[in-house]
Design a binder for this molecule. Sequence first.
Ligand SMILES: NC(=O)c1ccc[n+]([C@@H]2O[C@H](COP(=O)([O-])OP(=O)(O)OC[C@H]3O[C@@H](n4cnc5c(N)ncnc54)[C@H](OP(=O)(O)O)[C@@H]3O)[C@@H](O)[C@H]2O)c1
Length: 319
Amino acid sequence: MSLLIIGGTGTLGRQIVLQALTKGYQVRCLVRNFRKASFLKEWGAELVYGDLSKPETIPPCLKGITAIIDASTSRVDELDALKKVDWQGKLCLIEAAKIANIQRFIFFSAQNVEEFKNIPLMKIKNGIEIKLKQSGIPYTIFRLTGFYQGLIEQYAIPILERLPIWVTNENTYISYMDTQDIAKFCLRSFQISSTQNQTFFLSGSRAWVSSEIINLCEQLAGREAKVQRIPLFLLKIVSQFFGFFEWGQNISDRLAFAEVLSSENNFSKSTFDLYKRFKIDTSEIVQLDDYFLEYFIRLLKRLLDINFEDVQKQKNLVI
Ligand SMILES: NC(=O)c1ccc[n+]([C@@H]2O[C@H](COP(=O)([O-])OP(=O)(O)OC[C@H]3O[C@@H](n4cnc5c(N)ncnc54)[C@H](OP(=O)(O)O)[C@@H]3O)[C@@H](O)[C@H]2O)c1
């Protein structure tokens, strides 16, 4: 099976590329910048130039491809990209996939999309889900929550750099996941025919509230966090303020995510059934505490290495 992966340089996409190559799939990555994507080539993927905001670049990338995994999304810092990439670009991709007779199209959406049509990214995700279903292309849609990887930037780094952490007053529970585990589900779907033409709500085995994540990071970092609380209604006002401007659309969307991803506190029956269906044991799934522990250990080792190199340099100067 030959795969075209879009968004291979991204947080989730790179994990999918790596696991797909390990499993022996033929992997082609549609990329905008060969230099930035060179690590994917080193791993063994074929790189092909494409840009979702330039529709004419899409069809040639699909030659000889059996399945598409679309893990792309517009970058927050690129003006006007949301409409061009996440909407127009994906519509062109679906059209091209139909013509190329693609056998499976995997798309990543977000939880609760239909409830938040006031948020442009959610409205677009919902719209693409509908277009994909109508296209007749065999599909699998994964509706995701937040990623562990995003929590490093949100909580761990501010604590380490003694910067404030902004949280809402509300106890919003979110079942985050490691992108390595999402990649596992994604590739497993090729082996399980009943996952075709299905939409799955994919979430981690435990839901976390921000204060628990902060406590965990405080323990691991050995220092207290500077927590700034902001009521959800104020966050909504700020979000609406940014959303008013074209340039602020992406910021507005990201701010609104706290509410979008809210989920159950416990590992629900539906999640349990999902793991069973994909034949993935919950003990295989990376837990958030283990993920953070590994991050802090790696960081500590790096700091020790840097310190060691500095001492060596000083010694060499003295000699
Ligand atoms: N992050 C979350 O918490 C979360 C939650 C729910 C759903 N999701 C969904 O999960 C998927 C993966 O998210 P992520 O956080 O891994 O994304 P990410 O790290 O932001 O990566 C985005 C990827 O899309 C590519 N891309 C952007 N514009 C493009 C264009 N014009 N043409 C082709 N490729 C383009 C980027 O390539 P460059 O390197 O060239 O910029 C990058 O590889 C997305 O569909 C996202 O909406 C994410």
